[in-house]
Design a protein around this ligand. Structure first.
Ligand SMILES: [Zn+2]
Length: 88
């Protein structure tokens, strides 16, 4: 069985899809965390940890991959999602 692999846009490592967090730019131009992997739009993946989020902020990997600026508010909601996931 083939496991779907995706690349983290921060550390460039390849991981199983379910280990990553998907960030989506919707057709309306909103950027949001897609916890269920169901939102349509341009998606980017990052590891579910704050190291990779911080790296992504520093290198602007998310806004580059999504081709749109990512607001601080969105960054905070990503951080929140990572924390919630980390806490089970
Ligand atoms: Zn990563």
């Amino acid at each position: 069985m083939k496991i779907p692999m995706r690349q983290c846009s921060a550390c460039r490592g390849h991981f199983e899809k379910r280990q990553l967090l998907r960030i989506v730019r919707t057709p309306d131009g909103d950027v949001l965390v897609d916890r269920r992997g169901k939102v349509s739009g341009r998606g980017v993946y990052i590891c579910c940890n704050e190291d990779c989020l911080n790296k992504a902020i520093k290198t602007k990997a998310l806004s580059r991959a999504l081709e749109t600026p990512v607001s601080d508010e969105t960054i905070e909601s990503i951080r929140q999602a990572i924390r919630e996931t980390a806490n089970g």
